[in-house]
Structure formats: structure tokens, C-alpha cells
Design a protein around this ligand. Structure first.
Ligand code: ARE
Length: 714
């Protein structure tokens, strides 16, 4: 197939609306607390078997010598960091996207018991090392390790071992343990904390940084044998559950020799560690100091990356000058701290440049890359949406809340690129002396990054074999192809702030062209737009995934209900990028950032995107559950929970006769799904083959394993 320049031009137009973001000027997308349904929990009668990996024997003789995140054959070692995702949601995502996209690792948020509260950072204030947190239970964590393992994805746990809770609070943790100053009953007391009781104020003072309190967090005496043993026990527990690697939070605040001593106590002392040591100029403690117990994150790489993309990228080949060696550096475009606090990195709020930064991260040959994927926010402290003390399960169908960076077409394509090119060296470098670059990875792949406000029309010399290649940045379905001629050359037009990547693992014919992913949550998105601006007509100018834009001013939105117009767009699960207009010159393009719309429903009002259908009738306050009596039990009970609330006491509550062949019970569901199993009350259960039933709506009937909306007695 010949490359379509027309479609390339459309992509150029596509990114035009995002141009203002590039200077970081875009209005911050607003996180909304759109309700995601709580995932069904297993009945909770028996805990799943936990152990999946037997700790290595002979620990004492094993080496704590550092290991880069081990390459998984055929997969590479790229990680995704699913920040504040629940274990159930991570498990589902491993199966749905992380495994299929080729990720080898997923980094999860700290799993230990923590202080209560709605801020994200409660995860960083341990109360005990029990795996009971707002992100899930121990059983759910173990199940996630197994499910992800089946999908080919290993777990890296973020471990908080420098400190416990802040000295400014006391109470009961997420797992029910009590805590206070110097008081973590059964685990730590006064002697287990360093003597310095004041906060770190001077990062130039090594002693202070490693002995005093980081933002008032009670600083563990990691020089003590006892504390080292407790921390090692915790990490060994995680290794026993099958965890493959660790991020060591706040490593700078722990002497490197203490960390080496802790690592030596692990059942697998060569397990992968990456230290969070924020390298900052002029400080005595630097990332290189920690290479005795693992790799370190190279924050300067992320700052450099932002600097190049904010200016000119022609010199980006020098990005790693003076930094850690490539085989010891954990790299990312941003992480959960740098997207919030002033660390000089990019974030999802940078729009198109952020995508290009990730393309470079995955395309170039420096460091071990982690793709960061969190949730949208305006308030620095705001946690992900919670209900009943737990974070709601993330879903990429809920694009109003979760960024799902890890599954953006461009990024998923580049994970595949990286897996194919492996360690092939950077070759055939090209740049235009300004803001466009291109390079090969031996004879395996070739990438072009255009960080200019104008399109790039260029012929490139590659070392690739002749053939027709899929542009894996443009689509997942080989919708756009590149023909490399017998001398290894190809010509292409790359849109402004666009990229192109081809590799020998994705040639035309290799890649299925049917975009339908049966596991995708939404194959169409109904977009609602509020009429509150008083426009006389409403249109949406959009593209799906990296496809072509509609012809401006876009397509008409039809009246949906009072105050709203709408249009349903087939997406095959891809994200819609859109701007709205009255068709006569007035635009709402989200402060130049455009809107990213996904999921079954995306409703846009006053610059905010929510996932609830504004035209749906108000959810019922109650759900009447009907259960067929054809099982012939003498009594019928329903054991259930609402949303992610508590389960009823076993064996659940009685169902009363409703009409011939049916019993029923009305549950106060407040519009949330009811997760349920049915029982005779004397040992017989129908728990939908262990999956439980998920029941929604005002009336819902269950018979023979089938759930039907409405009342069978009506
Ligand atoms: C919260 C409140 C505080 C309160 C405390 C105790 O915000 O006001 O005193 O609770 O109640 C995260 C949040 C914090 C939060 C903390 C505990 O960011 O806001 O405190 O959790 O809930 C330094 C460290 C580095 C650290 C950064 C944030 O060196 O290790 O600060 N990063 C990790 C995590 C964070 C986490 C913690 C550590 C604590 O990634 O998410 O904090 O577990 C220069 C220096 C850096 C320094 C940086 C910022 O660049 O070179 O070393 O980083 O400044 O100060």
C-alpha cells in the first residue's frame, strides 16, 4: 500500500490544535470523580492460594550484585508504572493491554498498610507491612501477581522502607492496625527510629538527610539489626508472592550500606532493585552511590528530556552526557512526583510533546524505561477517586479520570518497537539542526521525531531491508505504511509535533488490520456536549486514535436531552481527540489542549469531561434483586455488597416470595452495582462460577446463571 500523504496531512491538522500545549500553556485537564463501577470481589470465603515463586535457597551465598531489570526473551524489559491502580485493575490491565502491548514489568504503588485519608500520598506513610491497603487486599495482590504473570508481565513493587507514618498523625491504618508517634504495636517502637526528631531542612547535609525526618515522616533506624530484619521480612514476603523487583522509595534518606545489608538478607539477594535517589546538583548524595544494591533512577534524564523538547531536539543525542551508565539508569518521562511538583519534567499536560518524549524514551538506546500512567488532577494532593475507603478500579474506558498513557497507540507501538530492536545500536542519525531528528536501531528499526510547529518532508537513509513497513506510531492496524527501497531509503511527510516508527517486527502483512479488540471496553463512544454556552449550533471536529481528522468545522451534534447534544462515534476502543465549535468561528478546544474522550460515554461541560451519561435517568436508589426458585432450595438468601462497601454477614440476607417461581429482596444500592452470590443458607451456593453476580438497575433477575434487567413479576 502506498503511503497516503492526504492522511498524513490530516494528522498534521490533528496536532495543530495541541500546539499551544507545547509551551506548557494548556489549561490543566480537570480530573473528575466520575464513578467507576467497583470490580466484583471474589466471594471472600476462601483466600486464593498465594505463593507463586519459591524463594531461592542458599541466600547467604547469593550475590547482592546489581542486576538491570532482566530482559524477558521476546519482550524486552519495558515497564509501565500504573500509579494508584488497584490490584484488581492492574490484573485486568495486564491481560487487556500490558501483556498484549509487550510490557515486561508493571510497577505498582506501595502495597503495605498505610494511614487513612483521601490523598494519594497516604500510600507513602506505612503503618505496618500487612498487605491491606486502599489498593486491595493481600489475596487480591497475590491474584494480581498470578494474572499478570500469565500475561507475561512481572510485578515491581514500590517499597517504602525509609520511614513510617508522619509524626503529625495517629489513628488506625488501612488494615486496622493502630499507630502513633514512636508506636507501631508489634512492629516498631521508639528505639527503632533515628534520634533526630526534626525535619530535613538542608539537603547539603548528608547526616541530616539520612538521620532526620523527610517531611515529618518517622525515620527508621535502618542501621539496626532489628529494623533491617523487619524490612527484609517484608520484602521477602513480597518475593514469596512472586514480586520480581522493587522500587526503593526515598533511598537517598537511607545510607547505601544499610540498603546493602538489607538486600543481603533477602531470599533472593540478586532480585532487581531500582533506587529513587533524586540527583540534584550540589548535593552530597547522588544516584551513583547506590549502585552496590541495584540501579538508580536518573531524574536528570527526565529533566534533560523536557529541556530538549521545550527547545530544540537536534542535540538530544547528548542527553545522557554525565549521567549514569545506560545499563544502570532507570529512566522515565515523568513520575508521580515530577508530574506534580516542580521537577522540570514533562507531564501528560504537555499534550503532543509528551507523546513525543515517550516515543524518544522508548526509541533511543539509553537506560531502562518506565512509561508512567496515572490519573488526571488539578489538586496536587488529590487522590484517585475512592469509595468505601478503597480506590475505585481504574479503567481506560474512563478517560476522564485515568490517563492510560501505557495504552496510547503511539506508546504501545513504541513498546513493540523497543522489543524488536533490542540492543541494536543507534545508527544513521539525522537531524535538521533544529527540531527534527531521526535515527535507526541497526537494521531493526527507524524512528523520526518532529518537534517542529510545521510538517517535515524528508527522505531518510536507513539500514533496513527493503519492504513495506507499518508505521507503529500511526496505528495499531497498519493503517499507514512506509516503503523502504532497495537502498534502504524512504520518504515521508511527518506532521508537526508528530513521529513515525517502523521496525522489522511489523511489516505489512504481519499486523492484523482488523482493529476490533473484543476485550476493549468500548467500541463506540457517545460524546455529549453541554449547550450551556448558548450556541445556536454545535459541531465536533475530531479524530479517532491517530486517524484522520474530520473536515473542519466537524460533524453536527444532535439534540440529546435538555441541555445536551450528542454524537456516537465508532472507536474500536481508541481515544477520540476533539474540539467543539458553533460552526461559525467560536471554538472550545480545551484551552488548546483538545479533549481526549474515551469510554462508552464522555460528557463535556465547562471544560470538564465526565463519564456519566447526562441524559440517563437518575440512578435508582434501590435495586430489587429477583432470584428464580427453580433450584428447589427451602430458603434463599443473598450475600452481597454495594459498590466496594462491606459484604453482608454470612450467609447473607433472606429473599422473600415475590411471585410464582421468584423470590426477591430490595437493596439500598444508591445507584452503585451490587455484587452478590445466592445461597440456601445451608451450604449450597450459586456464586456465578466463583465470579459473583454484578447486579445493577432498579430491578434485576437472576435465573440459571443469567442476569436479566427488569422485574420477572411485572
Ligand atoms: C505528606 C504531606 C506533608 C506531611 C507528610 C507527613 O504532604 O506535608 O508532612 O505527609 O504527614 C509523598 C508526598 C508527600 C507526602 C509523603 C508522605 O510527596 O507530600 O507528605 O508522600 O505521605 C525528596 C526525597 C524523595 C521524595 C520527594 C517527595 O528525597 O525521596 O522528596 N520522593 C518519595 C516519593 C514521594 C513520597 C516520599 C518519597 C515519601 O516518591 O511521593 O512523598 O515516602 C530536591 C531533593 C530531593 C527531594 C526534592 C523534594 O530535589 O534533591 O531529594 O526529594 O527536592 O523535596
Amino acid at each position: 500500500m502506498k503511503r497516503s500523504l492526504q492522511s498524513r496531512r490530516s494528522r498534521a491538522t490533528a496536532l495543530l490544535a495541541s500546539a499551544a500545549v507545547l509551551a506548557g500553556l494548556a489549561a490543566a485537564p480537570t480530573a473528575t470523580a466520575a464513578a467507576t463501577a467497583a470490580a466484583p470481589a471474589a466471594l471472600g470465603v476462601t483466600a486464593p492460594a498465594a505463593a507463586t515463586v519459591v524463594p531461592t535457597a542458599g541466600a547467604a551465598s547469593a550475590s547482592i550484585a546489581p542486576t538491570a531489570a532482566p530482559v524477558v526473551p521476546g519482550r524486552g524489559n519495558t515497564a509501565a508504572n500504573l500509579f494508584q491502580w488497584t490490584w484488581n485493575a492492574v490484573a485486568a490491565e495486564c491481560t487487556r493491554t500490558l501483556g498484549p502491548n509487550g510490557y515486561a514489568y508493571v510497577q505498582v504503588s506501595p502495597p503495605q498498610e498505610h494511614v487513612p485519608g483521601g490523598a494519594w500520598w497516604t500510600s507513602y506513610q506505612p503503618v505496618s507491612y500487612r498487605l491491606e491497603s486502599k489498593l486491595g487486599t493481600r489475596a487480591e495482590f497475590a491474584a494480581m501477581v498470578d494474572t499478570c504473570g500469565d500475561a507475561g508481565v512481572k510485578i515491581i513493587a514500590d517499597t517504602v522502607i525509609n520511614h513510617m507514618a508522619g509524626a503529625d498523625s495517629s489513628g488506625t491504618g488501612s488494615g486496622g492496625s493502630s499507630y502513633g508517634v514512636d508506636s507501631f504495636p508489634g512492629l516498631y517502637g521508639r528505639n527503632d527510629f533515628n534520634d533526630c526528631r526534626t525535619d530535613i531542612t538542608n539537603y547539603g547535609d548528608r547526616w541530616q538527610v539520612q538521620n532526620c525526618r523527610l517531611v515529618s515522616l518517622q525515620d527508621l533506624r535502618t542501621g539496626s539489626d532489628y529494623v533491617r530484619t523487619k524490612i527484609a521480612d517484608y520484602m521477602n514476603d513480597l518475593i514469596g508472592l512472586g514480586v520480581a523487583g522493587f522500587r526503593i522509595d526515598a533511598a537517598k534518606h537511607i545510607p547505601a550500606s544499610d540498603l546493602e545489608a538489607i538486600k543481603a538478607r533477602l531470599s533472593d539477594p540478586s532480585v532487581f532493585w531500582v533506587h529513587e535517589v533524586i540527583g540534584s546538583a550540589g548535593e552530597p548524595i547522588q544516584p551513583s552511590e547506590y549502585l552496590g544494591s541495584g540501579d538508580s533512577h536518573e531524574f536528570q534524564y527526565a529533566r534533560n528530556l523536557a529541556g530538549y523538547f521545550d527547545g530544540n531536539i537536534a542535540g538530544i543525542r547528548g542527553i545522557s552526557n554525565g549521567l549514569l551508565g545506560s545499563d544502570r539508569a532507570g529512566v522515565f518521562v515523568d513520575n508521580h512526583d515530577t508530574e506534580r511538583d516542580t521537577h522540570g519534567t514533562m507531564s501528560y499536560k504537555w499534550g503532543a510533546k509528551y507523546v513525543l518524549g515517550n516515543v524518544f524514551l522508548l526509541g533511543y538506546d539509553y537506560g531502562w524505561p518506565t512509561v508512567y500512567s496515572g490519573y488526571k488532577f488539578t489538586d496536587r494532593d488529590a487522590g484517585a477517586p475512592m469509595s468505601g475507603g478503597r480506590v475505585q478500579d481504574a479503567s481506560c474506558a474512563n478517560g476522564a479520570v485515568w490517563t492510560c498513557t501505557h495504552d496510547w497507540t503511539e506508546i504501545a507501538g513504541m513498546v513493540g518497537f523497543r522489543n524488536t530492536v533490542g540492543s541494536a545500536p543507534v545508527t544513521r542519525w539525522w537531524d535538521n539542526g533544529a527540531n527534527a531528528i531521526a535515527f535507526g536501531r541497526g537494521d531493526r528499526g527507524y524512528v523520526v521525531v518532529n518537534n517542529q510547529a510545521s510538517g517535515l518532508n524528508q527522505t531518510f537513509q536507513t539500514s533496513l531491508p527493503a519492504g513495506t513497513y507499518c508505521d507503529v506510531v500511526a496505528s495499531r492496524t497498519c493503517a499507514e505504511t512506509i516503503t523502504v527501497d532497495d537502498s534502504g531509503r524512504f520518504s515521508a511527510q511527518i506532521p508537526q509535533y508528530g513521529a513515525l516508527a517502523i521496525h522489522v517486527g511489523a511489516r505489512a502483512g504481519d499486523v492484523p488490520t482488523d482493529p476490533t479488540d473484543p476485550t476493549d471496553p468500548a467500541e463506540a463512544t457517545t460524546v455529549f456536549y453541554s449547550t450551556s454556552q448558548g450556541w445556536s449550533a454545535h459541531r465536533m471536529h475530531y479524530r479517532v486514535g491517530s486517524g484522520a481528522w474530520t473536515t473542519a468545522p466537524g460533524e453536527v451534534l444532535a439534540p440529546a436531552c435538555a441541555g445536551w447534544v450528542s454524537r456516537t462515534v465508532p472507536t474500536d476502543g481508541a481515544v477520540i481527540t476533539a474540539a467543539f465549535t458553533n460552526g461559525s468561528g467560536t471554538w472550545d478546544n480545551n484551552g488548546s489542549a483538545d479533549y481526549r474522550l474515551s469510554g462508552a460515554v464522555a460528557a463535556v461541560k465547562d471544560g470538564r469531561v465526565t463519564a456519566a451519561n447526562p441524559c440517563a435517568q437518575a440512578p435508582s436508589d434501590t435495586t430489587t434483586v429477583y432470584y428464580a426458585t427453580d433450584r428447589g432450595w427451602s430458603t434463599y438468601r443473598v450475600h452481597y455488597r454495594v459498590g466496594s462497601g462491606a459484604w453482608t454477614a454470612l450467609p447473607g440476607e433472606a429473599l422473600a416470595p415475590a411471585c410464582a417461581g421468584w423470590v426477591s429482596r430490595t437493596v439500598a444500592s444508591a445507584g452503585q452495582p451490587v455484587t452478590a452470590a445466592f445461597t440456601s443458607g445451608s451450604g449450597q451456593w450459586d456464586n456465578n462460577g466463583s465470579a459473583d453476580y454484578r447486579l445493577t438497575g432498579a430491578h434485576v433477575a437472576v435465573r440459571g446463571g443469567q442476569v436479566t434487567p427488569g422485574s420477572p413479576c411485572a
